[in-house]
Ligand binder design. Structure first.
Ligand code: URA
Length: 267
């Protein structure tokens, strides 16, 4: 193994260990963050409270965590996924291996939106399954949730070659899929991961540094109420800039999200 490759490997292992420590070690009322899930989806897709949930209520003023008030979401999401898998609206349709529609709980209160699938996602047809995805999973768990509690999607549903930035024409072609997913799920909060997701959803050119750290509003379709949006750094950016400052900022952002959902805020 070449010296450079060895250094990269060592860095990846060190980051992995630190990541587990940083995002896995938060205590929530005496439990480790990954010991329980406040929102648990049954096999039927119904969201019900766990015994632990009783301890940590209230989940939300609307009670949405324990009821299913948009039963059509599952079908709509499946229809969108089928469209995405055969989509050829832009050039990425001919370079991708798999379209990556997104996945998760149709009744999710919390939705994460990334930029575009990478190589691992393109190979598997699932969002955030590579290294950035592993970090996202840890962030979700550190928030006291499980991956199956939330919905994870992307601005682009197909991988741009060599992971280049999304192009405006690609975003214009693809964005309606995400907009329809948001309208179907009606999440209470969207977390936009990175500048591309945040700028696209907020229709702004501001930097991620300006956008993160506070709630903005995302406006879904006509007549629908705005949805709170928290922008934060993309997990891939965190991995590239693995500093205490970056991790602290992301964690501060996520604690605001957890608090806004009415869940116990990890220490
Ligand atoms: N990065 C993203 O923005 N999305 C994915 O699905 C994976 C990595």
């Amino acid at each position: 193994m070449g010296m450079e490759r060895q250094v990269e490997m060592n860095k990846a292992v060190r980051q992995h260990l630190e990541m587990a420590d940083f995002f896995g070690g938060f205590l929530v009322k005496g439990k480790r963050a990954n010991d329980y899930s406040p929102l648990q989806a049954t096999e039927a897709g119904e969201v019900r409270s766990t015994p632990e949930t009783a301890e940590i209520q209230p989940m939300s003023q609307s009670g949405k965590a324990t009821t299913r008030d948009n039963p059509d979401a599952t079908n709509v999401l499946e229809e969108i996924a089928a469209e995405v898998r055969k989509c050829c609206k832009c050039g990425l349709g001919s370079t991708r291996t798999h379209g990556v529609p997104g996945e998760g709980n149709p009744n999710a209160r919390l939705m994460f939106v990334g930029e575009a699938p990478g190589a691992d996602e393109d190979a598997q047809g699932r969002p955030f399954v590579g290294r950035a995805g592993q970090l996202l999973d840890k962030i979700v768990v550190a928030c006291g949730l499980k991956r199956q509690d939330v919905f994870i999607g992307n601005i682009l549903k197909c991988r741009p070659p060599d992971n280049r930035d999304p192009r405006p024409d690609e975003i214009i072609s693809c964005l309606p899929y995400l907009q329809q997913q948001i309208e179907a799920i009606k999440p209470e909060i969207i977390v936009a991961l990175g500048a591309h997701a945040a700028r696209t959803l907020l229709d702004t050119n501001k930097s991620i540094g300006q956008l993160r750290g506070h709630f903005e509003e995302y406006y879904p379709g006509l007549g629908l109420p705005p949805i709170k949006l928290m922008a934060t750094y993309h997990p891939a950016y965190i991995l590239r800039n693995y500093t205490p400052d970056t991790r602290r900022k992301v964690w501060e952002d996520m604690k605001k999200v957890v608090a806004e959902l009415g869940l116990p805020v990890p220490e």
